[in-house]
Design a binder for this molecule. Structure first.
Ligand code: F6R
Length: 239
């Protein structure tokens, strides 16, 4: 696992955007796995700036998101507002689980099929939960899991409560499974702030721990982590 050390969120956002942008620029066709949440917001802002500066057509970019709440379109709204509209990715090339699907199990299978039909994910961008979750794969999730419906933990619900001022916060979500994420050809994980320090320290211990889902990335051959000073604080205390 490669670690890129940055000082703070601004540098993290710039480095992450450069990383993703070089993938986009150098490929004839690219499938990006994307995350929502606070951490990648700055990266999306920079990407939007780069795509305008370089006048790059993004007609070769396809995206699949990690997750969506059940009974909500919160992450659809986030992606349109922060990514698809400003960056200019054609709508029909973007994919997000449908949290309003009548048959959620069927929706999970459909989503797996979408990823297969796209030929898999070239680069998956991940954030990390305070409890070590990736996507919404909470502690204890089977490392071979596919896209499935999850009950969110209290830790995740309280970390994300701030986004639900107008609608009731859903307690369930659809998430890509850990097995699905692991099949991505390359993974870029972003970690910012002191609250992520514990999960980051566990990740770099190098051993697998089902209680910290991100540790499964030690099993993947091509992972880069960009972590700021806060997220690295416990890791560096020990070395
Ligand atoms: C979001 C996702 C989550 C977040 C994680 C960190 O699509 O899958 O795993 O990446 O909860 O969220 P932030 O960046 O808000 O701290």
């Amino acid at each position: 696992m490669k670690l890129i050390k940055v000082s703070g969120e601004e540098e993290l956002s710039r480095m992450a955007a450069e990383y993703v942008f070089s993938k986009i620029k150098n490929a004839d066709r690219v499938v990006l796995g994307l995350a929502t949440g606070r951490t990648p917001l700055g990266m999306y802002r920079h990407l939007s700036k780069y795509s305008k500066e370089y006048k790059l057509s993004l007609s070769h970019v396809h995206t699949v998101n990690l997750d969506e709440y059940v009974g909500s379109k919160a992450y659809h709204a986030y992606m349109h507002q922060n990514v698809f509209d400003p960056i200019g990715i054609p709508n029909h090339q973007t994919h997000i689980p449908d949290g309003y699907a009548v048959d959620l199990e069927k929706e999970c299978m459909r989503y797996e099929a979408v990823i297969q039909q796209l030929g898999g994910i070239d680069l998956q961008v991940l954030g990390i939960g305070e409890n070590g979750h990736i996507g919404f794969n909470e502690p204890g999730t089977d490392f071979s899991s596919r896209t499935h419906v999850v009950e969110l933990t209290e830790s995740t619900l309280s970390a994300n409560a701030k986004y639900f001022t107008r609608e009731k916060q859903p307690r369930k979500a659809i998430t890509m499974g850990i097995g699905t994420i692991l099949e991505s050809k390359e993974i870029l994980l972003l970690a910012a702030g002191l609250k992520k320090a514990h999960a980051v320290r566990e990740l770099f211990k190098g051993s697998l721990n089902e209680n910290i889902p991100a540790t499964v990335l030690n099993h993947h051959p091509n992972v880069t982590v960009i972590a700021d000073r806060g997220a690295r604080s416990l890791l560096e205390e020990e070395s």
